[in-house]
Unconditional design. Sequence first.
Length: 134
Amino acid sequence: DAPRYVDPNALSAAEWAEAHLNGSHALWGDELVTTTFSGFGHLRVHYNGFPLFNGTGFVRSAVAQLAVGDYVVLDAYMTTSYLPDVFDGPATEQPTAAIAPADLQKFFNPFYFSEIYQNSVFTIFVIDRIPPVA
């Protein structure tokens, strides 16, 4: 989905993130997140993030790599667009279609994640507590 969707919304989100996020913590997201926040925001993006987004619960392999203070970034195209490779990482850990909206609902749990930024394309959460494995 990148760089097709790099637009003023992406650039404003990258500027905000560069000014407000802690650069020592990783961002978890798809290729658009990598392009936007690493390329324009100069922030560190987690490699091979698909396991975190896949499914309605959290898998052990993803949870083991999370840190309190890391960021999860959702974008509006995750559930509507599919252009391989969607996530940086091995070809074996890639979605075969757009991510189901239900798979992203797990991030809207305020016990584990706090929403800290939103525009029409991006929603950024900070990880407050490590969620349990499903």
